[in-house]
Design a protein around this ligand. Structure first.
Ligand code: FAD
Length: 271
């Protein structure tokens, strides 16, 4: 399931290195990726994301596909040489140091269960100097002209994109944000956002609760500001599809005013 996406006009596989790593909160790791190839990355939409290629367990080095159309090459590579691939949003550009940050949400219960969750395992173990590949996949956030405000809804996988959207939006587009996070300790106290923005932090604090449940319920119960507005929603796929179904079916919101994207699927590994 995917929203309308603007793909980069041109792109190439970027070879970058890990330049820094910082635990932001119990369930988030920030990683700075940079290097000479950064100059080939065009800064585009606010929720710009890409595929990250990294070494898996037992691999000393990441072997990057040489072609931009990498999928076939990836499939044909032997399991021992095949890099791991997961999608991450660009949280912040750092042009002064030819780098950008990503934030990985850590679901360690999967990472410790063996080969599952290589993205989480990689973020926990990455050290400065580690080589990675990054392939720009473009963006989906395209506010409808005439929108008076924006509704942003996500779980922890969408937190980096939502914070990037808020940081780059102007006061002309205040936001109502429903952001579900694994625990109260993951709530960010200082967020740069347009004036008149309201952020509803929704800590699950309950490991058995399926991600996205709280955010969907909160949107359904919310008294929203008057139309017209633009909606961007992402996370575990039941959340964005549920938000879209609710807004269109029960609030009469035009489907064309909603960008929705499943970032991951419960019980299924990503790519
Ligand atoms: C365009 C795009 C942008 C994205 N941006 C970000 C981002 O900035 N930060 C980020 O953290 N993620 C982001 N994601 C989501 C991320 O790619 C997936 O969550 C990915 O599956 C994580 O890989 P993994 O190796 O940790 O787990 P996987 O090996 O893919 O999955 C292992 C198990 O964990 C479950 N799982 C996967 N993700 C989560 C999760 N977040 N929480 C709980 N359980 C999970 C799966 O259902 C599966 O059962 C983005 C996805 C897309 C498509």
């Amino acid at each position: 399931m995917a929203a309308r996406r603007r793909r980069p006009r041109q792109r190439r596989m970027l070879t970058l290195t890990v330049q820094g790593r910082e635990r932001v909160s119990p369930h988030f790791m920030s990683l700075t990726l940079g290097g000479e190839d950064f100059r080939h990355l065009e800064q585009s939409g606010y929720d710009q994301a890409g595929r990250l290629f990294f070494a898996g367990p037992g691999q000393d080095e990441v072997v990057l596909p040489s072609r931009e159309k990498w999928m076939l090459q990836h499939t044909l590579q032997s399991a021992g040489r095949r890099p791991r691939v997961r999608s991450y949003s660009i949280r912040r550009f750092r042009p002064e140091s030819s780098a950008f940050d990503i934030e990985v949400s850590l679901h360690e219960e999967h990472a410790s269960a063996g080969p599952a969750a290589p993205g989480t395992a990689w973020a926990l173990g990455a050290v400065p100097g580690d080589r990675v590949g990054f392939l720009d996949e473009g963006y989906c956030y395209m506010p409808t002209p005439g929108a008076a405000w924006q509704l942003l809804v996500g779980d922890e996988s969408a937190l980096p994109a939502i914070l990037a959207i808020l940081e780059r939006s102007t006061d002309a587009l205040p936001a109502e944000v429903f952001l579900e996070v694994p625990s109260g300790e993951d709530i960010r106290r200082e967020v740069t956002a347009p004036a008149a923005t309201r952020i509803h932090w929704l800590p699950r604090d309950e490991p058995s609760l399926r991600p996205g449940t709280l955010a969907l319920r909160a949107v359904k119960d919310a008294e929203l500001r008057p139309s017209p507005f633009y909606t961007w929603t992402a996370g575990e796929s039941s959340l964005p599809t549920g938000v879209r179904r609710h807004l269109v079916g029960e609030r009469g919101v035009p489907a064309s005013d909603i960008a929705f994207r499943g970032y991951w699927k419960h019980g299924r590994a990503g790519l």
